[in-house]
Design a protein around this ligand. Structure first.
Ligand code: NI
Ligand code: MN
Length: 230
């Protein structure tokens, strides 16, 4: 099985590298934990979970510079296109094969708008992604609360590695994220969307202890800029 290299760029931003490079939610400018500048990123694909600034991030700038493919929910794709950059829309429940990477869009329990839009653009609704890359399966949950259909996501797609928010206030906190792990049953969980700002301060070791007390899932706590291989 091919290796996939996963790099956390802080917050909800991850770079997954196999034959092709997939960048998810590239919030780099304005992200105090970002380990690089947007100019350092040269992805083949960007997947955006929703319109909020801390997820759409530098998508338009990176897309304009690299000509990479940009995938998001229909409404966010329309916004990106209105800025003169090509983007491709999809919606929940559907799968797209993009440069050999499979992207399935799932629901997320959250909101979505495009902060720079002056409210003239609808951000559609928020999403998560199941990702098949390099022979491995990932679930990037986006910004979400816990929901019972995470069990269905676990049954249907069997993600090996779940990337779950734990920062609370805008997403799941630790209690809810532990329940999400129980529902999804991934082999590995990587916490995200915490400690970027004071309002989402969280102790990932507390999450690790709580998960490992309940299920066999391994918790991998990453540092922004750190890479691991599967
Ligand atoms: Ni959000
Ligand atoms: Mn967010």
């Amino acid at each position: 099985m091919a290796d996939v290299k996963i790099t956390w760029l802080g917050h909800a931003a991850f770079l997954l590298e196999a034959e092709k490079k997939l960048l998810i939610d590239p919030f780099i400018s304005g992200n105090p934990k970002a380990p690089c500048t947007p100019v350092a990123l040269d992805p083949d694909i960007i997947a955006v979970t929703h319109g909020h600034r801390d997820h759409l991030g530098d998508t338009i700038e990176i897309g304009a510079r690299t000509g990479c493919r940009i995938i998001s929910i229909h409404e966010v794709a329309n916004y990106i296109k209105s800025k003169g950059v090509f983007a491709e829309g999809m919606n929940k429940g559907g799968t797209m094969e993009v440069e050999g990477v499979a992207l399935t869009m799932t629901q997320a329990l959250h909101s979505s708008s495009i902060d720079a839009s002056g409210f003239s653009f609808d951000g559609g609704s928020p999403a998560g992604f199941l990702i098949g890359i390099g022979g491995h399966s990932f679930y990037h949950a986006g910004d979400t609360g816990v929901f019972g259909d995470m069990q269905l996501i676990g049954e249907l797609y069997k993600p090996e590695i779940a990337l779950l928010p734990i920062g609370d206030r805008f997403t799941m906190g630790i209690k809810e994220a532990v329940k999400a792990v129980e529902l999804i049953q991934p082999k590995i969980v990587v916490p995200m969307h915490y400690n970027t700002f004071d309002v989402i301060k969280q102790d990932p070791e507390e999450f690790r202890k709580a998960v490992e007390a309940k299920v066999d899932t391994k918790v991998i706590i990453m540092e922004p800029g750190e890479s691991i291989k599967f």
